[in-house]
Each structure stands twice: as C-alpha cells, then as structure tokens.
Design a protein around this ligand. Sequence first.
Ligand SMILES: [Zn+2]
Length: 315
Amino acid sequence: MTAWLMLAKEASKRVSEGYDDHPSTHYSWDSTVPNHGNVQVGDVIVLWDSKKLLGLSTIEAISQGESTKQTPYCPKCEKADVAERKKLLPRFKCWNKTCRYTFDNAHWKTKEVKTYRSQHESAWISADGLFSADELRPLCVKPKSQNSLRELDWEKVRQALANISEPISLNIIDATQKAIEGGHTITTVRTRRGQGSFRKRLLKHFGEKCAFAGPTPPQALDAAHLYSYAANGEHHTSGGLLLRRDLHKLFDLGLIAVNPKNKKLDISEELMSYPDYKKLHGSWVTVPVTPEHMKWIVEHWKMHRDTEHDNAILT
Ligand SMILES: [Zn+2]
C-alpha cells in the first residue's frame, strides 16, 4: 500500500509554474519531479502546503500528457541541478558537487516533460491543519527528503491519525481503494459545480423528498448521482437520487447502504447507537427505484457490504 505526500504550494506560485491544482479534487506534477512515475491509481495522496496538512484521499485516476517547461541550468558548469532559493541571495544555487556556484540569473532551456494529473475527488477528507509540517516529516519513508513528491509510511500515518483527540475515519479512503482494486468503478459524489440543473431536475421529479428519510426541506437535500472513475468525472444524469445531506455523507462512507435484494436500508452497526439512524434500518427507500438506481445501489453494496455470499447472489 503506497501513500504519497505531495506539496501543494500557494496557488499563485503553482499557477506561475504552470500547474493547475485544487487540493480537494486534483493535483498536477511532471517528470522533472523525483518519483513522478511511481504514483499509481489506488495510492493514497496526502496534500500539504509546506506548513501544514491539507487533506488526504485515494487516487481514482491519473491523466498523462506531454508539455514543455523552462528549466534553469548553471551558467558555469551547465548542469540542470539548480535550485531557486526562497530566502537567500543570490537567488540560484548549483547543487552539482564539484561546482556549488551561486548566481542571480540562471540560464534557461526548454525541456520536454511528461505531465501527470491525479483525480481524487470522491474520497477526499479535509484535514486542514491537523498536522504541522514537523509532524508530517517523520511520517515519510525518508524524513529528510526535500522532494515535492515524498513516499509516506502509510502505517505510521494511520497510527498518527488514530492517535489524535478526535480521530478521523479513513473508511472512505479504504472503501475507494477496495473498489478500485476489485475493479468496481462506481460511487457517488457530493453535489458539485455543474450539477445545478441536475439537482433541479431531481427536485422536479421527486419533490422535496429524501430517498431515505422522506419529506425534507430542499436546503438540506443533496443531488446524489452515478459517478464513474473511468469516465473522468463525467456527469451521468440518470439514476440520481435526492438525499438528506447527513444521510448522503453516511451513504458515501458506506455506513448506510441499500440492500439490493429488498430495497431496504441497511444501517451499519456503528450507527445503531444513534436512535435517529437506527430507526431507518430496514425501512424502504421512499422513491421508486429504477434500473439505473439499481446499478449503483448494487455497486455500492458490493463495495461496502461485500461478502462472497452476497456477490454470488448478485452476479
Ligand atoms: Zn554549476
């Protein structure tokens, strides 16, 4: 199981360097970065901003491309092992062992680079400021690494996340990983930009009604929809459901599922101590279930309530 600590610098800096990032949905890097080719779909991505942790997720997809990039090289020895310094002047230093020249104006050359962009929206867990940079570094396989892509010791990260005063659940990361490994490619996403009209259609179709809990004010309803990793975030407009926000979140985490055999809600053991959720256990979905709904209800069930027995029945 591989996890990566990736540096999301301040937006302005990254944009000026030609990267287009949004920590909760995607991250870009290129072949000038060590480890660039080692990152795989299904790996965990942990993003920080050099001062603190931002959040973490499972990588659903990596798109690759080609581009060119201006890279500095040393005017003296002509090696590209040149770093731009944040505080010290002169601005550049050559790290070539036999050179170590410092200079204000680098020479630049155009380099062909491979580009990579992760997509990791579905499993994103915001953990802004939960760990400082000093707490993150020891969790790396090489704590002294200065690379923008660093391998993490995932077991250490898990333990660190379990040992804080309010531990965060990693269920969504684990479930997404399991789904990717098992070849399942479908989950739901929370309401996003571009779904406005989709949401309106669902409200018109179902009324102000949560598919799990019944009548609900529209302000508290999310449009939940079919989402395919392989389709790179494409919006599927059939098979949507309106879900009360808390129930949607719990459904995404697999704490609530719909049993495809009887279309009744299945509340996880973990939620049974909460009377409001417990009383939903075994109740029917409140809206007509279409074949499109069934497709993702089945996928969701496989992902979160997976047993050989159930799969044998479903497939
Ligand atoms: Zn040099």
